[in-house]
Structures are given as structure tokens and as C-alpha cells.
Design a protein around this ligand. Sequence first.
Ligand SMILES: C[S@@+](CC[C@H](N)C(=O)[O-])C[C@H]1O[C@@H](n2cnc3c(N)ncnc32)[C@H](O)[C@@H]1O
Length: 368
Amino acid sequence: MLHSPDNWKIEARREAIASSNFAWRFASYSRGKRVSPLFFLGDAVSVLREIPSESIDFCMTSPPYWGKREYENGGIGLEADYSEYITKLAEVFEEVKRTLKHTGSFWLNMGDTYLNKRLLGLPWRLALYLMDNQNWILRNSIIWNKIKGSPDNTLDRLRNVHENIFHFVKSSHGYYYDADAIRATPKKAKVVNGSIVSATGVTGVRYKRQIELSTELSPSEKEAAFLGLQSMLDRVKRREVADFRMIIRGQQRATHSPSGKVSGRARELQEKGFYFLKYHPKGAKPSDVWEIIPEDSQGRRLHFAAYPEDICRIPILATCPKDGIALDPFCGTGTTMLVSSILGRKSVGIDISTDYLVEAHDRCVSLL
Ligand SMILES: C[S@@+](CC[C@H](N)C(=O)[O-])C[C@H]1O[C@@H](n2cnc3c(N)ncnc32)[C@H](O)[C@@H]1O
């Protein structure tokens, strides 16, 4: 029982959340202008079966843990065997795949679990199952570095502070992705003591010296390298390029294959003796390691497993169109819905627990 001065309001919300007829409610929501989230109470697979195919733009979720918590109305996570747990989750994600548009993205957050001292590798077991059996295409495997973990007094292993986040798509080409929406503000080239210096301090002096002293470049290659470098510095001066790196044969350690058959850059190095790496003028994309402190659940009425709002920002900005609909089939206290609303996207949240949906509803309503 929830303790609130406004119990009748809670009852009204419970009723709104508990009304079924999911197909009809979804159809009118997706046609309408309302952005505030739609909440469906029920088992994720059963509810999803009422949502039409190819009608959702984006899905992000963190499934219930295996064997750790008991959620209201049972739910997934109570299976005796972890392979049964993976099968149950996969049933939900098969429905997610059906309801997702071919341009859609699915982001899955999951932490791992130990059983009898064995780390089970559950996130990867599930990810591989989804790739092998449902043909999901994995685009990124992200490490969420939580920075601080729970207290850990074990004496024979390291502290765990990370969880996995996987980005899946249905089609390898043509899925919605707005890279510019998630770029860091670019650093700019500047003038220092009258000379142009790139965003990370490249003046060209060191490269000029390396070309001059090179024993690997022929005289004509050296001349071409000087001209190439000068033209790149001119582009920095004109603010067309904020930053660059020059790779010179025999000088810098290249990260690509040395074989010109395998790598275009290696071929350029063999044939010309140098090449340039230019930084994107609109700023760098985020990396696949995210440092985000977990949600502080102190003071919350319920739920210990909400993920932080920041975890949803990059996925929504990059892969949910502004007029799209987001989905979380295990929405809990509604973080995906809250961030979708903040970013102006419609969203649908499903959960088996009335109490969590009431909490989710109130979080989103207090914002709007
Ligand atoms: C890890 S929590 C999600 C937390 C959420 N990301 C948040 O920010 O609050 C998993 C949720 O799955 C729900 N759940 C468990 N089994 C379910 C099922 N079969 N169908 C729908 N929801 C289910 C639980 O009630 C719980 O709220």
C-alpha cells in the first residue's frame, strides 16, 4: 500500500493505467498530438502483441535482474535456470523487433550476475542469442562505467562497476541515426603568438621537422608532404578544419593493417608516403565507454533498479526521431519515458507492477 495524502488520486491513476484495450489506446495516441507518455499495465509479451508491427521508432530498456529481486505480480527474473530467463527475455525482444520500424533502434542495458562464484556473462549470452536467433544487428557494445559500485568485501576478485549497453538495429543500412545531435561542442583552432594552432595544439612545426629528417621519403615525396602540410595548415587558418593529424611513413604508429590490400590508408602511405586524419568540424562523437553515476534511489518510495536519466540521452537524441515514438517494455519507474518527454518524444511504457507505473506516471506528470 502506498502512503500518500492523496489516495483517491492514486486510485484514479491506477484505474487509468490498468485500463486494457491496448491496441485502441496505442492507435489513438500515435495519431494524436499528446507527447506525455502512455502507460500499459501488464506482461510485456502480452501487451506488445496488441501493438501493430512497424509502429515504434525506438526502444530502450533494462530488463528485470535474474534471481535478485521479486517484482510485484511475479514477472521475469524468477526462473530456476538462467537459460530459461534468457529465453523469456528473448520472447519479449522478438515482439520488440516486430513492433519496431525497419529504421528503428533497440538499446538494451544489462548488468551481469555471479552464481556459485561463476560470472555468468548474461548480457553477452542474451546479446548473442538475439543476434543468432532473431537476426538483430549489433552496432555498438557500450561499457557503462558507474564509477561507484555497491560495497564489495570479497577477497578474491575485483569490484564490479560496469554494466553493458547494446545498440541493436533491424537493418544494417537506412536506420535512423543523427550523429550531429550527440557530438561534443568542437574545440576551435586559435592564434598563439601570431601563429595558427589547431584545437589540440598542432602547429605543423614537428611534422615539418619529421619530413625534413625522414630517411623513408624520397625527395619528391618530401616535397609533396610539405605542400600537403602547408595546404592543411591554410585550411586550419581559414577555420575550415579545426584539427588534424599527419601520418608520415616510418614516423607515426599507424593503427591500420600494414597491408595495402587490406587498408586504403596503408596503400596511401605506401604510394604517397603520408596522409591526413581530419577531425569532424562539428565535434567528436561520444565514445563507447560512458561514465555516469547511478541514480540515487534514496528518498524514492519504490524501486532500487532505476537507471539514471543520462543513460537515455544519447540513445534518444541519436536514434529516436523528433516525431518518433519510444518504447520501454520494462519501464519500472519510467526513466525512458521521462527523458523521452524532456526531449519532446512520445513514449509508451509497459510494466507488470501497478506501483511502479504509478511512480512512473507521477514522475512524468510532475515534469510536464
Ligand atoms: C530493472 S527494472 C526497470 C527499471 C527502469 N529502467 C527504471 O528506470 O525504473 C525491470 C522492471 O521490469 C518489470 N517486469 C518484470 N517482469 C515483467 C514482465 N513480464 N512484463 C513487464 N514488466 C516486467 C519489473 O516490474 C521492473 O519494474
